[in-house]
Design a protein. Structure first.
Length: 84
């Protein structure tokens, strides 16, 4: 089995962080929606939760794309093995 290189470890950490951010964002967003409805918060405050969730998900999408692009570039240069 080939040893993972430093960029591989970096990519794994970035993808793991993006996955955690996506999962936590959805749980917190659903909780905020529930709490906002229970407390009767004005719609403009609840909308802020929506914007924060969108921002977190866009960030995670950007990180995921950057990792994908880096892996694709390494494959094109032939510095990554054929298995993955």
């Amino acid at each position: 089995m080939p040893q993972p290189t430093d960029p591989d470890h970096r990519n794994v950490r970035q993808i793991r962080l993006a996955a955690i951010v996506m999962a936590a964002t959805m749980v917190i967003w659903m909780g905020a929606q529930l709490l906002g409805g229970q407390l009767g918060l004005p719609v403009r405050f609840v909308f802020l939760f929506d914007l924060a969730a969108i921002a977190a998900l866009v960030w995670a999408l950007f990180v995921t794309y950057q990792v994908h692009k880096a892996r694709r570039d390494r494959r094109a240069r032939g510095t990554e093995d054929k298995d993955g």
